[in-house]
Design a protein around this ligand. Structure first.
Ligand code: HEM
Length: 142
């Protein structure tokens, strides 16, 4: 499960970066919002939601959760590693996925092409930065 979570994470990052980059470039070029733009947003949406579900399973089967149960929340919060994996990473990732969901629904409601691109830039963009901030870089692919 951890391997799946670890590989899918790379696809989530690539997809989000593509959505934001594409939206910024299209906005600059004053382009029309096309089906391809929508599909790219949808792919990032689906990938991140799948990653969330796999993350939930990863959480409960991971040694970090066992540690949390053993030492208790108070002590867990005092250890940077335990805190990252049991609290910060899951919470921030969930927040990022909520933002992606809001961005997706707001882009659908927007009628103006520019506004659609802007929703992707703001919501997917913030989610991207949040995700980058809480990836366990030192452990990933080691
Ligand atoms: C967009 C969402 C997410 C991304 C991009 C992401 C990314 C990652 C990455 C890159 C790792 C390191 C994997 C490795 O060690 O090779 C990881 C580990 C982990 N993630 Fe996530 N994650 C996301 C969401 C979540 C969520 C929502 C949860 C829990 C509810 C979660 C729980 C965990 C846990 C427990 C680990 C540590 C696994 C272990 O060391 O045994 N993740 N995540």
């Amino acid at each position: 499960m951890r391997t799946v979570h670890s590989i899918l994470a790379a696809f989530v990052l690539i997809a989000l970066a593509m959505v934001v980059f594409n939206a910024v470039m299209s906005l600059k070029r004053d382009e029309q919002f096309k089906n391809g733009d929508r599909k790219l947003g949808l792919i990032a949406f689906i990938l991140s939601h799948t990653q969330f579900l796999i993350g939930l399973i990863t959480y409960y089967v991971s040694p970090w959760y066992k540690t949390l149960k053993n030492v208790g929340m108070g002590k867990a919060m005092k250890d940077a590693d335990v805190r990252l994996f049991t609290v910060e990473h899951p919470l921030i990732m969930i927040l990022a996925i909520v933002l992606i969901t809001i961005g997706w629904s707001k882009h659908k409601k927007a009628t103006d092409d520019k506004a659609k691109y802007k929703k992707f830039i703001v919501f997917y963009g913030i989610a991207f930065v949040l995700i980058l901030s809480r990836i366990p870089w030192s452990q990933w692919f080691h």
